[in-house]
Design a binder for this molecule. Structure first.
Ligand code: MQW
Length: 273
């Protein structure tokens, strides 16, 4: 669908590719003279967050590719927790990289989408840069009970209310709260339980010249894993003027402006001499 407000004005071209397990992946690409920038949304989101957060308007020169992860937006439904394992998401993103057939991409992901972007960077040499918005690359303990509780909460009839109240209470911006109500509750429950399949693992750098950027709130109470990423992966750390990661979502467009400058300074996109 040529839904220009979806891409902040430029002509959006829909795409459809198939993940390794056959799941259809749909999204849009927006032409641009610069680097190919693949956008990966978080758990209770879809590809519309990029226009609605204002991020898309901040990268006018990038060639933008935005997918709906499996179970979200217009991509194929999955239904099982195993089908939402982190490696399935890695396959989703890599299927889109295969589909566009370019030699080099930058990735930008929000929250769990950032975790996925870092994981793709770790296994795919086509990734020249990976930006992770409010998620780090270190090993985490997945709190099984809290995850199960949350899966039960989000897959039930009150699932959207649970998330809307949770995010409103934590000061999330409208685009993030609106996104929750677009996600199918059954897929949300499966995606939440899917965190138990591999999302705890730390990620490595995929190639020595890869540029990794971790982004979080300057008030983030748990900065340790972000500093660990600086040391262990040589990642850069960008801080946004917000007290928490959820509140940092209101500054997603600010991060986009820095991404645009970084891509332009990289000077390696086509048409940049
Ligand atoms: C606050 C609450 C509404 C929120 N629930 C969601 O939003 C969605 C919808 C339903 C499930 N949801 C998850 O996310 C899973 N639930 C959680 N995940 C933990 C977590 O830390 N997740 C990281 C990413 C990550 C994942 C796996 C491994 C490493 C990192 C993260 O970034 N969390 C922030 C919130 C924050 O930083 O405080 C957000 N994530 C959302 C997203 O990824 O789209 C947008 S905000 C893991 C360790 C179990 C926690 C936990 C209490 C169960 N609940 C949430 O987080």
């Amino acid at each position: 669908m040529r839904d220009s407000d979806e891409t902040g004005g430029g002509p959006a071209v829909p795409f459809e590719f198939f993940s390794r397990d056959g799941t259809p992946l749909r999204g849009f690409s927006r032409p641009g003279p610069g680097e190919a920038l693949v956008l990966v949304h978080g758990v209770a989101m879809d590809r519309r967050i990029w226009a609605e957060s204002g991020f898309l308007d901040t990268v006018p020169d990038a060639r933008v590719i935005a997918l709906d992860l499996r179970g979200r937006g217009e991509s194929g439904r999955v239904g099982t927790a195993e089908g939402h394992a982190v490696d399935r998401y890695v396959e989703d993103v890599r299927a889109v990289l295969d589909g566009f057939g370019l030699a080099r991409y930058s990735l930008f992901g929000t929250y769990f989408g950032g975790r996925i972007a870092l994981r793709v960077a770790g296994v795919d040499a086509r990734v020249a840069r990976a930006f992770s918005f409010c998620a780090h690359a270190e090993r985490v303990e997945i709190p099984d009970e809290a995850v199960e509780e949350e899966a039960v909460a989000v897959e039930g009839p009150g699932g959207h209310t649970y998330l809307r109240e949770h995010f409103t209470g934590r000061g999330a911006p409208p685009w993030m709260i609106d996104a929750c109500s677009r996600v199918d509750p059954a897929e949300l429950g499966a995606a939440t339980r899917g965190l138990r399949y591999g999302s705890e693992q730390q990620t490595e750098r995929g190639r020595p010249d890869q540029e990794l950027v971790l982004i979080t709130a300057e008030g983030d109470p748990d900065m340790a894993p972000f500093h660990a990423g600086e040391r262990r992966l040589g990642a850069r750390l960008w801080l946004l003027p917000a007290p928490t990661r959820v509140r940092a979502a209101a500054h997603l467009a600010d991060a986009g402006h820095r991404v645009a400058k970084t891509l332009a300074a990289g000077g390696t996109g086509p048409g940049v001499v």
